[in-house]
Design a protein around this ligand. Structure first.
Ligand SMILES: [Zn+2]
Length: 326
């Protein structure tokens, strides 16, 4: 709003199995404040990037552009935003008082948590299983991303309990600070620079606790054979495999090294009802669905770590890192 003039844009987030709706509207949250400031706005009220009809607002990462005034920006719950939209549509005058208590604090130290099961034949070759430990502070982060942590920890525990270990080392990485700038993922690449060539694959689970619907993968020529065989062999149906992408936010930092990347795709049709809200709590995680994620993660982890030959790496020309929305 500026001098009584308001720029209105009504952009609800569409419900979709894999979060395609979120992909379209998250950019409004990330870039909205600076875009609005450039148009003369003194504040931004954003319709929460979420698929629910509740009074819980959704938070998330946003960025201020250099050289543009840093105006306050808030997300309204979808219900309140729609009410505001209707009032403005009727030509009513709406006055809003913004009273924000949030602030940016200096960096503090945190850590990635790393554990591994050494391989029986090639212990220096690594298959990474990743998820992120941090969450936005409104809820407890049960869905985003404690569910992913559960997938990778339980898969590793099941494999570790077998009498025979896989050929290669399985490394579980619980990343610090994914939500606020991918700092854990970026630091991992720095700390482990001298062994990235020995990473033969990286997997990430960061799509919630819903029933597994598929895998997204990116690797060099010939890799489709492994993924097609794997999804066909899993009793979790229907399972799909799709080539492309970077596996997930945390492991996207490994793409520049050509490491084959795999992302677990869970049914996300309800994920954005609670994503980044006070509603992201353990009650949202349902046991039978969570187990499908563990099963798929364990089967995939074993297949990658015990394969006779590792997957071909992502070709050089496909390794550039794209900006991701969180
Ligand atoms: Zn997440």
């Amino acid at each position: 709003m500026s001098n009584g003039r308001s720029v209105r844009l009504w952009a609800p987030t569409a419900r979709a199995r894999y979060g395609a709706g979120y992909g379209k509207t998250a950019a409004l949250r990330v870039n909205g404040a600076s875009r609005a400031a450039k148009a003369g706005a003194i504040g931004l009220l954003l319709r929460s990037v979420g698929t629910d009809a509740s009074r819980l607002p959704h938070t998330g990462a946003m960025r201020y552009q250099e050289g543009v005034p840093r105006i306050p920006a808030v997300a309204l719950s979808t219900v309140d935003a729609d009410l505001l939209h209707r009032k403005l549509g009727k030509g009513e005058t709406v006055r809003v008082r913004m009273n924000l208590s949030c602030k940016s604090l200096p960096d503090a130290e945190s850590a990635n948590v790393v554990g591994e099961i050494p391989g029986r034949e090639k212990p220096d070759e690594i298959v990474l299983l990743g998820a992120h430990l941090d969450s936005w502070d409104l809820g407890t982060g049960a869905v985003d991303d404690a569910a992913g942590c559960a997938h990778v920890i339980e898969a590793a525990r099941l494999i570790g309990a077998r009498p025979t270990k896989p050929r290669r080392t399985l490394r579980v990485v619980l990343y610090a600070n994914e939500e606020f700038g991918l700092r854990g993922g970026r630091q991992y690449v720095i700390e482990h620079a001298n062994e990235l060539q020995k990473h033969v694959a990286a997997f990430e689970s960061d799509s919630g606790s819903g029933r597994v619907w598929g895998l997204q993968w990116n690797a060099g020529p010939g890799a489709e054979r492994l993924f097609r065989g794997l999804v066909a062999s899993l009793a979790v149906t229907p399972l799909e495999e799709k080539k492309g992408g970077d596996g997930g936010a945390d492991i996207s930092t490994l793409k520049a090294s050509g490491i084959p990347l795999i992302g677990l795709r869970c049914d996300a049709s309800r994920y954005f009802d609670v994503h980044h809200t006070a509603g992201d709590v353990l009650e949202e995680v349902k046991d039978p669905e969570l187990r499908t994620g563990v099963a798929a993660t364990a089967a995939l982890a074993w297949a990658l770590a015990d394969a006779a030959e590792p997957l071909a790496r992502i070709p050089e020309e496909e390794r550039e890192e794209k900006a991701r929305k969180r």
